[in-house]
Design a protein around this ligand. Structure first.
Ligand code: NAP
Ligand code: MG
Length: 492
């Protein structure tokens, strides 16, 4: 453990509604833990439907207020840049806070939560002044001397309810807030109950940046708080990232209410290693795809398909690499992997590993219990040389657990890769252009990586097919997601 502990800065434990820190009605609270020790670190307000209602009303009122509605796109752009500057300036403390609360390694909090957050804010800031409609001539029959012209306006979709998971708490909050504000929407954000702390700090920074009261509200709580937001009749759009199970409920509710909804859900992403790969490079690729963020990644490469000729050496190499990884707190700079986010999640991951073993998976690395303090799971490599239909191949684990299968040729690999209810990401590792092109066309996934995995960029649309969700975030797709087209037909 490094001797100098990074400073996580002040904690905010109340909710941020209409530009004020406030307690939940009845002052209900819940404990937030450090997953590396299991000790409580904060006692955060548990928002109920009354609090959600207050936040939605504040967001609705802010939408119509001159200090938000009246801002020019350039002024919105400037506000987002100012927020980016403040997140950057507070970056070391924000990163420490995220690692303390979420358990991820500090280097990843710095690069992804803070670095990525700043990059997304700046990218989306640029969009504020680039939102456009179009103009077109109409063919509607008209009396002599009259013409009709059609135009479209892109207007903010309105009040956005944003619900995010615990794996990238700050980054995912920003993935939703930045484009929504760039488009002129207002937001009620509901962070995951495990990891509300950086979202609350972000609200504080948004206030400092000059974002008007009510434009960004943060309501903390659990699934019931999220459900109250989804049901609220004055929310125009729900944008949700989380499990397929909860996404299905939210989608059904929004369908009943005819509310706009975007769903970024689970995955079981395949990694395909072709026979022309170098063994060491293949091992590194497979390890990076699954062990990054301790496997708590929606696109984690949890199904590994290796060409038959490389299967044995790659699987053995991966098991050896996994055995060599050290576990420790996110703030411990000697650790290679941190804990799972919560005790409940650790138990679920353990159970899935046990099921994999009972069903005939060969556990080559990890798999044993870690009984010390903290919610640790050792990186686990399971061989499945005969392609048995294991639960581990089918279900999302959301932890550092990979199951490896051999294949005979690329057609078979693509079929196996696509044999899933999910379709979030997929990668192929090869130097052959023909293999890469066939995989790009053949994979049914929202994102295909060639010689890469888990990479995201603010300019690159992201989302799933099949049960991995509906809609796309990032890039111009995000601007479309937070605006509504209005058609104007003008006779003259
Ligand atoms: P989760 O249980 O679905 O929760 C996600 C969020 O929804 C949390 O804020 C949660 O609140 C809230 N929630 C729970 N029940 C709700 C309900 N009935 N109505 C409204 N909101 C509700 O997912 P998680 O365990 O936090 O995160 C892991 C999952 O997220 C994995 O399946 C992963 O694949 C997925 N994910 C997807 C992406 C993507 O972009 N596709 C990215 C990251 C993660 P509480 O937790 O406070 O109860
Ligand atoms: Mg949860």
């Amino acid at each position: 453990m490094s001797t100098k502990q990074p400073d996580p800065g002040p904690l905010h434990e109340d909710m941020w509604i209409d530009g004020t820190w406030c307690r939940a009605a009845g002052d209900q609270r819940f404990a937030v833990f450090n997953p590396a020790t299991g000790e409580p670190i904060a006692n955060v307000s548990r928002g109920g439907s009354e609090d959600v209602d207050r936040a939605v009303r504040a967001a609705r009122a802010a939408l119509g207020k001159a200090d938000w509605r009246g801002l020019t796109p350039y002024q919105r752009e400037r506000l987002l840049h100012r927020l980016a500057d403040l997140v950057e300036a507070d970056g070391e403390r924000l990163a420490a806070l995220e690692s303390l609360n979420q358990g991820k390694l500090l280097k990843w909090s710095r690069a992804i939560e803070v670095g990525g957050g700043v990059q997304w804010l700046r990218y989306m800031a640029g969009w504020a002044t680039r939102i456009q409609g179009s103009t077109f001539d109409l063919s509607v029959p008209a009396p002599a001397g009259v013409r009709f012209r059609g135009t479209t306006l892109r207007e903010p979709v309105g009040v956005v309810g944003a619900i995010v998971p615990w794996n990238f708490p700050l980054a995912m909050a920003i993935w939703k807030i930045a484009p929504a504000l760039a488009c002129g929407c207002t937001v009620v954000l509901k962070p995951a109950e495990e990891t509300p702390l950086t979202a609350l700090r972000l609200a504080h920074l948004a206030r400092e940046a000059g974002i008007p009261d009510g434009v960004l509200n943060v309501v903390t709580g659990d699934g019931a708080t999220g459900a109250a937001l989804v049901r609220h009749p004055d929310v125009d759009k729900i944008t949700f990232t989380g499990s397929t199970e909860v996404g299905r409920e939210i989608g059904a509710q929004c369908g009943r209410d005819i509310r706009r909804v975007a769903l970024e859900l689970g995955g079981k992403s395949p990694v395909v290693i072709m026979e022309d790969m170098d063994v060491n490079a293949a091992v590194e690729a497979a390890a990076g795809a699954i062990f990054f963020n301790h496997g708590q990644v929606c696109t984690a490469g949890s199904r590994l398909y290796v060409a038959r000729s490389l299967y044995q050496p790659v699987v053995e190499g991966l098991a050896a690499l996994a055995e060599g990884l050290s576990l420790g707190a996110g703030l411990d700079d000697s650790a290679d992997m941190g804990p799972m986010v919560s005790a409940g999640h650790r138990d679920r991951v353990r159970e899935l590993i046990d099921t994999g073993r009972e069903e005939g998976g060969e556990v080559l690395a990890g798999g044993e219990r870690y009984d010390g303090k903290g919610y640790y799971v050792r990186p686990t490599v399971v061989a499945n040389p005969h392609n048995k239909p294991l639960t581990l191949v089918e279900k999302e684990v959301f932890g550092p657990v990979v199951v490896a299968m051999p294949f005979e040729d690329l057609d078979q690999a693509i079929d196996q890769a696509n044999d899933s209810i999910y379709g979030l990401g997929a990668s192929i590792w090869t130097r052959r252009l023909d293999y890469a092109q066939r995989a790009v066309e053949g994979f049914r996934a929202g994102t295909v990586w060639v010689n890469a995995h888990n990479l995201v960029d603010p300019a690159m649309p992201f989302g799933g097919v099949k049960s991995s969700g509906i809609g796309r975030e990032h890039g111009e797709a995000a601007i479309e997601a937070y605006t509504e087209l209005k058609s104007v037909c003008m006779g003259f």
